[in-house]
Design a binder for this molecule. Structure first.
Ligand code: ADP
Ligand code: ASP
Ligand code: MG
Length: 426
């Protein structure tokens, strides 16, 4: 017997028929002799709908009230799944974030899970009851509802898996695993049988939304075994225990798999694991910022305090008169707040104009092989140049190169790079 946490995303939970199908998958997993807990997302499109209501109420909405609104989507699906499971003859009940509780910090709309009380969950699972937990939501120290940031149900699932020391955390979604790039953009994307935590972390952080970034870092830290697999399967599909999806593993485990198994001998570790795109970035340029110590701190300090994640930063060469232009990117969802904060501080910072542009996208190439191979970035620049795609900003890390381009060109760029790095399926 194993203890398994199963997570179902928005498309898998979108409506009565889909939830019925999910209930069937959960029931079969339990009948295979396992203890199961389920974490669910809101129905596809529901969180977007709720976010729009908040924006319409006030562009600079109070994030604590936003959390009250957007957490509602998962409350509905958790109750519905419990009802469907009961209809199939299973014992099941829902556990809302405040009931377990899932304790978080008070960073509303981007809260971090601190602890999850597991005794009640463990007792319910041991009694053969299926625990259904709404993802994405928690409770802060003051007892207020929090949410974990978009895509946060993945993190809820991994946190529950860590809390109950699950043998596996299966993330069911609308694709059957992690691919070399988004299979909806590139038809020739290849499914990966294994991805290391480190590579998945980097891919997620640059826009592969198949897993939320925090879920991967938490899984890595807690050693949770995560599988990504499809919920769009019929009863004759191989059981999840046979690992039909993609397994996220440690570097050492992957080395072992490659050395030990026959199939592993045929697989080599690739130079490039995958390519990701992120259309949710916005670019902000402040012109004629005084070129003196403290100027950059005056810009980014307030943004950090407001929990706004700044990504790429470029400071242009100082022109005469001791002034310089500073360009950076931030999430589009935070653009209005960013502009308001910088507008308020215009005199303190001393810039001349603020120019914002949301029509940008970041495309990134990720692979641990980069550590030992030169030329990855130049292949990228050349492939994009050959198609006339202009690069507006560049950033690199040990295992990643990212470029900022016009958002209209993002699909083309991903396809071109997928071919350039020889990732296309035969
Ligand atoms: P869920 O609602 O189940 O959480 P998401 O929409 O958040 O699902 O994530 C699944 C989607 O991630 C897929 O439909 C796919 O378009 C996208 N995706 C992006 N990059 C990848 C990748 N490298 N491999 C697989 N899917 C990817
Ligand atoms: N429903 C939330 C969202 O759309 C959380 C999730 O689906 O993971 O972001
Ligand atoms: Mg998701």
């Amino acid at each position: 017997m194993a203890r398994i946490v199963m997570k179902f995303g928005g498309t898998s939970m979108a409506g009565t028929e889909r939830i019925r199908r999910v209930a069937g998958i959960v029931k079969r997993q339990q009948e295979a002799g396992h203890e199961v807990a389920v974490v669910v997302s809101a129905m596809a499109g529901e969180t977007d709908r709720l976010v729009t209501f908040c924006r319409e109420a006030n562009a600079l909405y109070d994030r604590a009230e936003y959390d009250v609104v957007v957490a509602a989507g998962e409350q509905i699906t958790s109750g519905l799944l419990a009802l469907h499971l009961q209809a199939l003859g299973c014992k099941a009940r829902s556990w809302l974030g405040w009931q377990l509780p899932v304790r978080t910090d008070d960073a509303h709309a981007a809260a971090r899970i601190e602890t999850i009380d597991s005794p009640a969950l463990l007792a319910s699972m041991a009694a053969g009851e299926i625990a259904v937990i709404p993802g994405f939501q928690g409770m802060d120290g003051d007892g207020r509802v929090t949410t974990l940031g978009r895509g946060g149900s993945d993190t809820s699932a991994v946190a529950v898996a860590a809390a109950v020391q699950a043998d596996r955390c299966d993330i069911y979604t609308d694709v059957d695993g992690v691919y070399t790039t988004d299979p909806r953009i590139v038809a020739k994307a290849r499914k990966l049988k294994y991805v290391t935590y480190e590579e998945m972390l980097e891919l997620a952080s640059v826009g592969s939304k198949v897993l939320q970034t925090r879920s991967v870092s938490l899984a890595m830290k807690e050693g949770v075994r995560v599988q990504v697999l499809s919920s769009f399967i019929d009863e004759s599909a191989p059981p999840a225990d046979s690992i039909p999806g993609t397994m996220i593993v440690s570097d050492e485990e992957l080395d072992r798999i490659l050395a030990d198994s026959e199939e592993g001998q045929e697989m080599e570790r690739q130079l490039i694991t995958g390519i990701a795109a992120d259309k949710n970035e916005a670019k902000v340029t402040l012109t004629r910022v005084p070129d003196r110590p403290g100027a950059v701190a005056a810009i980014f300090g307030p943004l950090a305090e407001a929990n706004i994640n700044v990504d790429m930063i470029i400071q242009n060469i100082a022109k005469d008169k001791g002034e310089t232009d500073v360009t950076f990117t931030c999430p589009q969802a935070d653009l209005a707040r960013t502009q308001a904060l910088l507008e308020e501080r215009k005199d303190t910072i001393g810039y001349y104009r603020m120019i914002a542009d949301s029509k940008v996208a970041k495309v990134s190439v990720v692979g641990v092989g980069m550590r030992s191979h030169a030329g990855v970035a130049s292949t990228m620049f050349k492939a994009l140049a050959d198609r006339g795609i202009n690069i507006q900003a560049i950033s690199t890390s040990e295992i990643k190169v990212s470029v900022l381009i016009d958002s209209d060109e993002v699909e083309l760029a991903v396809r071109v790079l997928h071919t350039a790095y020889e990732l296309d399926a035969a």
